[in-house]
Design a protein around this ligand. Structure first.
Ligand SMILES: *Cc1c(COP(=O)(O)O)cnc(C)c1O
Length: 412
């Protein structure tokens, strides 16, 4: 296997530039890392290198790029900024979040076992059950809030623990530090080939809120479609790792399988990431306002939002997240039909799938994101018919509150 530098080349920084970047804060890195002015023209904003190939001066004489499946400067630029924000050493950019999850799963072979969090993105559930299981991987789904559930599900053949936190749509958290400690302990009696890796879907948090690699997680994935991109205008994904061997393997596989995002989509993601911190702070603030209003509302029977002090996992939120996102779900005092009317009655909150954009969205998991899950199973998971999920955007928060007020009134 060749070194990964053959697959993703970054403009080499000199020592003083490297030191500078190391000292920069999150916002500065979001805007500048990987995005030095274009050396050819001085363009301040990193160009979209819409090219498949690169003219070489001679055999073995190129500028670090030969073919865009192997490496493209715009893809490298966004990979570099994401690497920096997640405190990794390498990132690979995929055409969607689920493509990134799929790439992680392809690192394993028939017979390998995965322990996965049960409260899981619906598309990951489908990928694991319908695509990876027939190929010979096996999965156990457990409530990852309880460490012993993970421990009890691990077998000799387990190679991966797969986590999400906060989860969708119930915003449950898992204790990253405790799970890493458990897996480290289990790995003590395993040799290099049977070691258990930890994969973590950090989509709901983004690196501004939570950096799983810092806690010792091996592989982070993102749907950049959500908070990272932040404007609901691109479908894109990423894998970020710290370990050099994993980095080499992932880069090799990406080139070998051609599972990658095009330069324009990479550029859109890069533009979104520049404002990640300021957007996330506003999502956090507005979410608290909305959550507190909902918590006191007589028509709200339950609310799932760990940033609230009343939430049973609030202490864990404080421990592993720097801020909260804009996501919450609540149970409305009404039947299936009433709740369906409620989610259609808002005017600023738009009825739509997805999340994490600047605009506020509202949805009904039982008939939207989780419609494919049989009702019985849905209820077991805690996804009741009267559950409403909202993604709080960054519009004027008072307008958001008034919008919910009028929607509540219209069905009460
Ligand atoms: C949306 C989402 C994905 C899948 O991402 P796509 O970009 O839609 O493929 C994976 N995980 C989580 C938590 C998500 O919200």
């Amino acid at each position: 296997m060749k070194s990964r530098s053959n697959y993703s080349t970054r403009v080499e920084l000199n020592e003083s530039q490297k030191k500078l970047e190391k000292d920069w804060g999150f916002e500065t890195r979001s805007i500048l890392v990987g995005q030095a002015p274009d050396p050819a023209t001085g363009a301040t904003i990193f160009p979209i290198y819409q090219t498949s190939t690169y003219t070489q001066a001679g055999i073995d004489d190129n500028k670090g790029y030969c073919y865009s499946r192997t490496g493209n400067p715009t893809r490298t630029a966004v990979a570099d900024v994401l690497t920096s924000l997640e405190n990794g050493t390498f990132a690979a950019i995929y055409p969607s979040g689920i493509a990134a999850v799929h790439s992680v799963m392809q690192m394993f072979k028939p017979g390998d076992h995965v322990v996965s969090s049960s409260d899981l993105y619906g598309g990951a559930h489908r990928l694991f059950n319908e695509i990876m299981t027939p190929l010979g991987l096996s999965f156990d789904f457990v409530d990852a809030r309880d460490l012993s559930n993970i421990e009890n599900a691990v077998k000799d053949s387990t190679r991966l623990v797969w986590l999400e936190s906060p989860t969708n749509p119930l915003m449950r958290l898992c204790d990253i530090e405790a799970i890493v400690a458990l897996v480290k302990e289990l790995n003590k009696s395993r040799n290099e080939e049977n070691k258990i890796l930890i994969g973590f879907d950090n989509t709901f948090a983004s690196p501004y809120l939570q950096r799983p690699l810092d806690w010792g997680v091996d592989i982070v994935i993102h749907s950049g479609t959500k908070y990272l991109g932040g404007h609901s205008d691109v479908l894109i994904g990423a894998i970020v790792v710290k370990d050099e061997k994993l980095a080499t393997d992932i880069a090799y596989r990406q080139n070998a399988t051609g599972n990658l995002a095009g330069p324009f989509d990479c550029w859109i993601l890069m533009k979104g990431i520049k404002t990640l911190a300021i957007r996330m702070r506003q999502h956090h603030e507005s979410c608290i306002v909305i959550a507190k209003w909902l918590e006191k509302h007589p028509k709200v029977k339950a609310i799932h939002c760990p940033v609230l002090e009343s939430h049973p996992q609030h202490a864990l939120y404080k421990k592993q997240m720097d801020y909260y996102n804009g996501m919450l779900s609540f149970e409305f005092d009404g039947d299936f039909e009433t709740v369906k009317k409620l989610v259609s009655a808002t005017q600023i909150f738009q009825l739509a799938e997805s999340l994490g954009g600047v605009e506020s969205l509202i949805g009904h998991p039982a008939s939207m994101t989780h419609a494919a899950v049989p009702r019985e199973r849905r209820l077991e998971l805690g996804i009741n018919d009267n559950l409403v999920r909202i993604s709080v955007g960054i519009e004027t928060v008072d307008d958001l509150k008034k919008d919910l007020e009028q929607a509540f009134a219209s069905v009460s």
